[in-house]
Structure formats: structure tokens, C-alpha cells
Ligand binder design. Structure first.
Ligand SMILES: NC(=O)c1ccc[n+]([C@@H]2O[C@H](COP(=O)([O-])OP(=O)(O)OC[C@H]3O[C@@H](n4cnc5c(N)ncnc54)[C@H](O)[C@@H]3O)[C@@H](O)[C@H]2O)c1
Length: 355
């Protein structure tokens, strides 16, 4: 045993190298093993990052060198794995979306609480410095009365991407632009201005006729604080441009483009504002044009935080419980689109949305 925290990756697909690289560059964490039903994928990643291959999750859970499991399998498989890890006393980082229903999300949170293990979720865009600056300015009242908080995601994914693995075009597996790609940005508006009181959503397929999913979402939101919001998200719009997160209040406006602060204007200009305008880099790719076209710095922040939280005996910065309202909002969008009517929150699960 060493004094580093040992990690096991469950899933060796597209997002796995982001987790493995984050661990390679971490302070106090190390990758011990990787497990995938596709053993060749696991072997390839293990050779690249110098770790063991585990045949099954149970093997990782019996390994005393592993204290944390990163659940990075397709979306519909998170729930069972997270509960298994918690019952085995392992801390968990789950990829987004944490689960496909409120029932599953609540069961995962309860299992981790009962086992007294950390349970973080990779909605890593929250750590972007422009988002943190917006969050602090909202809390400090600098925007005045919040009027609008919006997310615009005009991305592009090829039809080949959707057909590269069966789960990527299967509604039951948690595919679809709303729950899959836009989850991060729905999370950001919810994180900044939530809770949401009501949502009206429309979904359509604009540019992937062979895929039986929505590739485009249009949603209007009413936040409980009275502000309005728009979430526009698409993977149909070639070549794909950077996400925009916009916050408008009676006394200020802030806009993040990609991960760069693009606009930061307040009636009460302060000395620190000039530095805040420089936050982020416009050169950092943020997945607008391709599924792996982004850096691992944000994942690294989430994983480093979990390592530090275990050491310091504190809560993680993004507990999965803080993502539950985002799961609820996403489900409300599907319910609204399916019923062709506005939906008020809170909601109950309606499994028919995944049919
Ligand atoms: N946070 C982000 O920015 C981000 C980016 C991409 C993907 N993701 C999320 O990561 C997760 C995985 O996405 P991906 O793009 O890497 O998918 P992927 O299909 O490329 O990889 C998933 C891997 O899981 C494996 N797998 C399936 N069932 C398994 C099981 N029971 N046990 C072990 N392995 C199993 C598959 O063989 C595959 O290799 C999804 O939840 C997705 O939403 C998050």
C-alpha cells in the first residue's frame, strides 16, 4: 500500500483517457486498473497508462489498492455500478448524466451516503473560471435582478459518430442531444440560476435522418427566481461553434464563449473586472466539432478535488446530489417535448420518455 489514492476505471472508451490523464497529472492519485467488457480496449488503455486490467467490476472491488472507481460506461449502466461500488465501500466518480431517472439518481445518492463514501459527478464545466466568476457575481448581487440565463450549444457530430457504438443512437441507453451532449450546459444554467420552476421544450432531428433521436433541442425556462432562460442545443450544425453561456440582469451582463469570458459588464465596474475579462482561453477546444476535441484540465480539477476531499475529510465540490436538479430538468424537458406542453417542476419519473 502507498499513501496515494488508488483508482479503477470502469469503462475504457472515449472519455477514459481524460480520466487516466487526469490521474497521471494528479497530486496523490494513481491509476491502478481498468475494466471494460471489451477486453482489448482495456488492454490498450492499460498499456498506454501502465496499469492492470481487471476482467470484471467485482475484481476491482476486491482489490485493496483501489479506493475510488470512476464509472465511465454508457449512461444507462451507471446506476447499477455506482450502487455496487458504494456497497463495496469505494468512493465513486460518475460520468454525466449520473442516471436516467430520479429514482435511480436518488438510490445512488442514498447508497453512497449509507456507505459514507464520496460521490462526485463529472459535470466538469462548472469548474471553468468564467463560470465561477458568474456564480460569485450572482451570489454577490452584482447582476441586480436576474433577467435571463441562457445556454446555446451549436455543435456538430457526424452520422458515423452516432453509429460508432449501438448505445450512441439508442434512447434507452441515454443518447440524444439533450441528455447526452447538452447535459453539461443545462447543468450550468441550473447551477447558476436554478431551481427551474417550469420548462417548455421542443425536440427534433434536423440533420441525422438515419438516427432515431433528437439532434436538436429548443427549450424555454422560467426560473423560480423569476428570470427567464433559453436552452438551444444541437449536434446538427456544421462545423460546430463554441458554447455560449449568457447571464443578464438589471445591472450587468456576462457571456462565456467556449471556456473564455467574452463579455463582463457591470454598472458598478470594479478594479478586479479587467482581470476577470481575461479569464479562459479562446484557443482551448471545448468539443464543438468532435467528441474528443477538448482538453482534460476540467476533468483533472474534479478528480484532484476528490483526492483532496478524501484526504481532508470534506465534501467534494461537485457532489452528485448537486446534479439531481439537472437530471430533473432534463427529464422535464423530455416530458414536455413528449406531451407537447409546458411542464412545471418538481416532476415524477415517466419511463415512457425513453421508449
Ligand atoms: N464529461 C464529459 O465531458 C464526457 C465526455 C464524453 C463522454 N462522457 C460520458 O462518459 C460515459 C462514457 O462515454 P464514452 O463516450 O466514453 O463511451 P464509449 O462507448 O466510448 O465507452 C464506454 C465503454 O464502456 C464499456 N462498457 C460497457 N458496458 C460495460 C460494463 N458493464 N462494464 C465495463 N465496461 C463496459 C464499453 O465497452 C466502452 O468501451 C458516458 O456516460 C458519457 O456521457 C462524458
Amino acid at each position: 500500500m502507498t499513501d496515494t489514492l488508488g483508482f479503477g476505471l470502469l469503462g475504457a472508451g472515449l472519455v477514459a483517457p481524460f480520466h487516466a490523464n487526469s490521474l497521471k497529472h494528479s497530486r496523490g492519485g494513481r491509476l491502478v486498473a481498468v475494466c471494460d467488457v471489451d477486453r482489448q480496449r482495456a488492454e490498450k488503455l492499460a498499456a498506454q497508462f501502465g496499469c492492470k486490467v481487471a476482467g470484471r467490476l467485482e475484481e476491482m472491488l476486491e482489490d485493496p489498492e483501489i479506493q475510488v472507481v470512476n464509472v465511465i460506461t454508457p449512461n444507462h449502466l451507471h446506476h447499477g455500478a455506482v450502487i455496487q461500488c458504494a456497497r463495496a465501500g469505494r468512493h465513486v466518480i460518475v460520468e454525466k448524466p449520473p442516471a436516467m431517472s430520479l429514482r435511480e439518481t436518488d438510490a445512488m445518492i442514498a447508497a453512497c451516503r449509507a456507505a459514507k463514501v464520496k460521490f462526485a459527478c463529472s459535470v466538469q464545466c462548472r469548474v471553468r473560471r468564467p463560470i465561477q466568476a458568474m456564480k460569485e457575481a450572482i451570489a454577490a448581487g452584482r447582476f441586480g435582478k436576474l433577467l435571463h440565463v441562457d445556454a446555446y450549444m451549436k455543435w456538430f457530430r457526424t452520422t458515423e459518430y452516432y453509429h460508432s457504438d449501438p448505445w450512441r443512437s439508442s434512447r434507452q441507453s441515454g443518447a440524444g442531444v439533450t441528455v447526452q451532449h447538452a447535459f453539461h450546459y443545462i447543468d450550468l444554467v441550473q447551477y447558476l440560476a436554478g431551481p427551474v420552476a417550469a420548462v417548455e421544450a421542443r425536440m427534433t432531428n434536423l440533420n441525422h435522418p438515419s438516427v432515431k433521436l433528437e439532434d436538436t433541442l429548443l427549450a424555454s425556462l422560467r426560473y423560480a427566481n423569476g428570470a427567464l432562460g433559453v436552452v438551444q442545443a444541437s449536434t446538427a450544425l456544421w462545423p460546430g461553434t463554441d458554447v455560449r453561456i449568457e447571464v443578464n440582469g438589471t445591472d450587468g451582463t456576462a457571456i462565456m464563449v467556449g471556456e473564455k469570458m467574452a463579455t463582463w459588464r457591470f454598472r458598478d465596474e470594479r478594479p478586479e473586472d479587467e482581470a476577470i475579462r481575461q479569464l479562459g482561453s479562446e484557443k482551448q477546444a471545448t468539443a464543438a466539432g468532435g467528441p474528443a476535441d477538448f482538453g482534460f484540465a476540467d476533468h483533472q480539477a474534479v478528480i484532484q478535488d476528490l483526492i483532496d476531499a478524501v484526504r481532508e475529510g470534506r465534501e467534494v465540490i461537485i457532489p452528485a446530489s448537486s446534479v439531481r436538479p439537472t437530471v430533473e430538468l432534463v427529464l422535464a424537458m423530455y416530458q414536455s417535448a413528449a406531451r407537447n406542453e409546458p411542464v412545471t417542476l418538481p416532476i415524477q419519473d415517466d419511463p415512457s420518455i425513453w421508449k
